[in-house]
Ligand binder design. Structure first.
Ligand SMILES: Nc1ncnc2c1ncn2[C@@H]1O[C@H](COP(=O)(O)OP(=O)(O)OP(=O)(O)O)[C@@H](O)[C@H]1O
Ligand SMILES: [Mg+2]
Length: 445
């Protein structure tokens, strides 16, 4: 039986006082039935919605399904709820505070968070990509259509926006899904390695080529080849790639006979290829060949509505393997996350959540749990997102960085000879040794 209705109405100050302190709030008894609502909560839920005794689950539709009610009430987790008012859907985050007297649970105060923008649509998960953003969803629809064709697709987007996920989706939806999917990062390999990685080589083509090697094109035969950072391809290789696309044959390094290949190309870059063409760094004919269907992935800062829900999803994943349960973000943490520039996009967000999960304690993710860059007062609100090519080149000269795969590829190509491998990478033997040691140390942890 609803009991507290008369209590809260008995003193006309109780509900307005509650609202002044906690914002729009519903009072719910132990049977999970609504007994009273503050004036703003009544407004929010529409006329006639608050009938004392009405089950909370009937009043609020919890977006994450029926289990969310238990998460909200028993575990105190913040969840998302929608209500239909006058034919329109209103979405808000809600959380609950348990009300007890001694050991006796009396019920809960359910606090309604600010209403989320009506612009934000329903969520969608498309091949591992989560979003609510209309632009992203439009892109998914194009991916579905173009996947069934053989047209070349060029994916453009900043680092960490999901270019590889899109390439994967194209492969998985296409009729080539039974064939291989291979990815090669054109920026990660020095030009002399890249050619044989792409097209393979014949035995004896160069020192260390002790046996034939197929190369990515042949390894991707019957499937899809993802050419990541395609703008970094040197001009002579661009010419060779164009030839491959036009003749559908490759010539391995040191070989003479063209070998037929049946590969669909998906290319990606974080640069505007047109600008690269204007600057003479990229062949116009190759650009047209690659970008029959251009796809653009918007950066995270242009879909801010995705930030907090994505952050929540990453926390859910972390909670599967960790002891900490995060029920909500502190208002300060929310503000910082929502206003951050996210130059590393979704990948950066995932890493930040992992950091905060590990560093912080307790059910509230606080400002102080976020990595140091969030508390540096001088950090510009919109940090420079992409360095110019010249800046990047300078940085690379100062400290040429190679990922573990590159190091391994160079070593393999040098037949295990470290001096030779260091030469191929353009670094000293000592630097190579240090990098290998660091990679191994990393893998050991
Ligand atoms: N919409 C999304 N939903 C969920 N996770 C995402 C989404 N977009 C990206 N990610 C995550 O971010 C990571 C980076 O995505 P991906 O490797 O596809 O980015 P990228 O654009 O290829 O980045 P880079 O240019 O640095 O190679 C993925 O491993 C995935 O975990
Ligand atoms: Mg990538």
């Amino acid at each position: 039986m609803p009991t507290s209705r008369s209590d809260s109405r008995g003193n006309p100050l109780v509900l307005p006082a509650l609202e002044a302190l906690a914002g729009p709030t519903l009072l719910v008894d132990v049977h999970q039935r609504v007994t009273a609502a503050t004036p703003e909560a009544e407004d929010r839920l529409g006329p006639g919605a608050i009938v004392p005794g009405r089950p909370l689950a009937e009043l609020l539709t919890l977006t994450e399904g029926p289990r969310a009610l238990e998460a909200l009430l028993s575990r105190g987790r913040e969840v998302e709820a929608t209500v239909r008012v006058g034919g329109k859907e209103r979405t808000m985050r809600v959380r609950a505070v348990g009300l007890s007297q001694g050991n006796r649970r009396l019920g809960w105060a359910v606090l309604l968070g600010p209403e989320e923008g009506a612009r934000e649509g329903a969520e969608e998960v498309f091949h591992g990509m989560w979003t609510r953003d209309a632009g992203m969803k439009r892109m998914f629809r194009i991916v579905e259509k173009v996947a069934h064709t053989e047209s070349s697709v060029l994916v453009r987007g900043e680092s960490g926006t999901g270019k590889e996920l899109v390439a994967n989706a194209l492969h998985e939806i296409s009729e080539r899904r039974k064939g291989p999917f291979r990815a090669i990062n054109c920026a990660a390999l020095p030009p002399n390695l890249l050619e044989s990685e792409l097209f393979g080589h014949v035995r004896g083509a160069f020192t260390g080529a002790v046996r034939d090697s197929p190369g990515h094109f042949r390894l991707a035969d019957g499937g899809t080849l993802f050419l990541d950072e395609v703008a970094e391809l040197p001009l002579d290789l661009q010419a060779k790639l164009l030839r491959v696309l036009e003749t559908r044959t490759i010539i391995p390094v040191g070989g003479r006979q063209p070998v037929p290949v049946n590969v669909r190309i998906v290319a990606a870059t974080h640069r505007a290829l047109r600008r690269e063409v204007e600057a003479g760094r990229f062949r116009a004919d190759l650009m047209y060949r690659l970008r029959v269907v251009p796809l653009f992935l918007p950066p995270l800062r242009e879909r801010r509505g995705d930030i907090l829900p994505l952050a929540r999803r990453f926390l859910d994943e972390l909670e599967q393997n960790g002891p900490r349960r995060v029920e909500r973000f502190s208002p300060g943490a929310r503000r910082l996350l929502e206003s951050h520039s996210w130059a590393g996009n979704v990948r950066e967000l995932r890493n930040v959540m992992e950091y905060a999960y590990v560093i912080g304690e307790g059910p509230v993710l606080q400002e102080a749990d976020l990595p140091p860059e969030f508390s540096e007062p001088c950090a510009p609100p919109e940090a420079p997102l992409l360095a110019t090519r010249e800046e990047e080149e300078e940085a690379q000269e100062a400290a040429p960085a190679h990922d573990p795969a590159t190091l391994r590829a160079a070593l393999a190509r040098a037949g295990g000879n470290r001096t030779q491998a260091a030469k191929l990478l353009g670094i000293s033997r000592v630097t190579l040794w240090r990098r290998l040691r660091d990679t191994e140390a990393h893998q050991g942890t």
